[in-house]
Design a protein around this ligand. Structure first.
Ligand code: OAD
Length: 234
């Protein structure tokens, strides 16, 4: 088959791990030393905006110190070579896919570098720290928050993702633990559409048994190898 069948790829924190960004579910279930409820919910922001903003400021600053790795680059190369429908859905809020050259990219959990004001709805790509900073539009403080999807909020682009899953012939999930829905359910939607399903991860994920094919190992090794194979046989 030519490089024309519809492809959907889902990525998670594991693809950015070798770039130096920590994954979410390390030992102890803490997220960089914080309980998720303390830093990644609308209630946490209402209760202690400064703690939440300082946590995200540290993560925004960390982006300047990291670079895409060969797994991000391989997916950009795949997209450039692919002639059929292609959608890269990432749960990651970092910008490493776009820095590697990916274009047909949907950030379903938002983006760290985007901010929005909870008071006036102002939305922009703003560099620099957010803690203590008034909204440039309405001057509310706190008003600005990172435009990321917190627990209890609805992920972005679900309609577009579901439409792509319904017609896809190949679905690959890369570097994701399968712990967080709705992304963890995409494999079942792809299977229902008759797609071939591949998991590329360091170890079996929670939903591993739902995939038809598995490639275990670090993303910087298994993703470029899988892309090479796919391009060679398609
Ligand atoms: P997790 O931290 O839950 O899972 C990361 C996965 O990557 C694990 O299965 C690891 O085994 C795997 N992994 C680690 N290093 C790897 C490497 N070098 N190569 C390949 N795989 C590797 O991260 P996500 O599944 O992305 O949501 O988490 C999903 C969501 O939970 C996040 O988007 C975030 C979080 O709460 C929100 O913020 C809404």
């Amino acid at each position: 088959m030519a490089r024309r069948f519809p492809l959907v790829i889902l990525t998670g924190a594991g693809i950015s791990a070798e770039s130096g960004l920590p994954t979410f579910r390390g030992a102890g279930g803490l997220w960089e030393g914080h309980r998720v409820e303390d830093v990644a919910t609308p209630e946490a922001f209402a209760r202690d905006p400064d703690l939440v903003l300082r946590f995200y400021d540290a993560r925004r600053r960390a982006l300047a110190r990291v670079a895409p790795n060969p797994a991000h680059a391989a997916l950009a190369r795949l997209e450039a070579a692919w002639e059929g429908p292609f959608l890269l859905v990432t749960q990651n809020v970092d910008d490493l896919h776009e820095r590697a050259g990916s274009k047909k990219l949907l950030h379903m959990h938002g983006e760290l570098l985007l901010v929005r004001c909870v008071r006036c709805g102002f939305r922009a790509r703003l560099p620099g720290d957010l803690s203590g900073r008034p909204c440039p539009n309405c001057r509310a403080r706190p008003g600005l928050r990172p435009d990321v999807v917190w627990f209890g909020e609805i992920p972005h682009g679900l309609e577009e993702i579901r439409a792509a899953l319904e017609r896809c012939a190949l679905f690959a999930a890369i570097g994701t633990s399968g712990e967080v829905y709705p992304a963890a359910g995409f494999v079942e939607e792809a299977r229902a559409a008759g797609a071939h399903t591949v998991e590329l991860n360091l170890e079996p994920s929670r939903t591993s048994r739902l995939f038809a094919e598995h490639r275990f190992g670090p993303a910087s090794r298994v993703v470029p190898a899988w892309v090479d194979e796919l391009l060679a046989r398609s």
